[in-house]
Design a protein around this ligand. Sequence first.
Ligand code: PLP
Length: 467
Amino acid sequence: RIPTSPGAAAFNDKGCGMAQLLNEFDCERTLKNGTYWMPFTANRRVKEHPASRIITSAKGAYYYTAEGKPLFDTLSGLWCTPLGHGHPRIVEALKTQAETLDYCTAFQMANPVTVRLAERIAGMAPNGLDHVFFANSGSEAVDTALKIALGYHRLRGEGGRFRMIGRERGYHGVGFGGMSVGGIVPNRKMFANGMMNGVDHLRHTYDSAHMAFSKGQPAWGGEYAEDLERLIGLHDASTIAAVIVEPVQGSTGVLVPPVGYLQRLREICTKHGILLIFDEVITGFGRMGDNFASQRFNVKPDMITFAKAVTNGIVPMGGVIVSSDIYDTFMTGPKNAVEFAHGYTYSGHPLAAAVGHAVLDIMEEESLISRARSLEIILEEAIHSLADLEGIKDIRNIGLTAAIDLVPASDAPGARGLPLFELGLKNGLLLRCTGDTVSFGPPFISTTEQLQDMVETVRRLIVSVTQ
Ligand code: PLP
């Protein structure tokens, strides 16, 4: 049963003035005039139909539009709300923390809520990754990890290691560091003159000729990791600080690592003294059916970046989990000197930390990570049942993620997604469409029926956009 819209009534009860604001405010008009510049959005397209793009509330696995129409949240926000929306325990944790300690200066002072969260996160990470540095987003987490890598080598007398190796089709956020190691062409093009020095990219691991319609990890393609040896040969290991990869490339449509690929990257990095960073901003906190993808794939990186699900998307938080070797390397020099000249005003914000505890409590008590693992089977079966549709080029899945590539229109490659997205809005689905790809990362609280309904609706929509 799809719940009915919670609407704005809740605001009335609290008398916080929001209901009045919403009643008197013409959101459509302001969207049309562009005062609000929307991120990663075709803004001019929104201006043509602003009403369909306004969400006013959310509960569980659904968003609600201004008209009270439910939209199933097929990507858990932007991969960040695995527990669904409006969980009363999280709301309570946020409120209680706001009343107790709403902010704590992040430099030179600490608060127990954040310190304990660091301990819990380290406890969930692979053994030996024992130290947590907090940031506020995935982009900040990535830039922090890259700076840690530079500092680590310099402190060890290897300051010549300045190069970073990313991967084609990788997404690591939008900071200058993350953008530079990222490998999505449109995200780089406009800013080409501002890239970090000395960055190179591994080739991506996707090859539709060998991998199309794989379930889980493709058996073919582990040897793509040897591309790292090529880059090391080209640049010399003594100039390379770190390799950063998403274990599963999320933003470019769930590109799953071939069997053996991540293991081999690990071996090559170890052999050449290069740090390996797993960007787990999407895969961290259960999305792969394990705490981290590192555990699912049984490969231990030197650093893990995280964000998104750690707070169920409710307040911003990100961070880096680092090995003891890295941490200990920084903890040298004069005792009263700052060891790492880096941090954010809101690093380890107590509100985010309190929410983080509530999220982890709920995940543990309701065994939601195992649930994600069980739902993987349901999603896999449902999504691959679309394989016989004519308009589909590939279907992939792993953990509670999946993606479908549509056959591109011959006259307009990359243009299938937007009409599909807009059709989704009319048919009760908030879809994540990029180019000709639609990606899925439903909430862990989804039911079998919701996942099956989602896929059946997608079947109808694909037939209608590819005909
Ligand atoms: N890294 C990965 C793997 C991501 O998927 C994302 C966001 O989707 C980021 C970094 C950037 O995170 P944020 O948008 O919180 O800056």
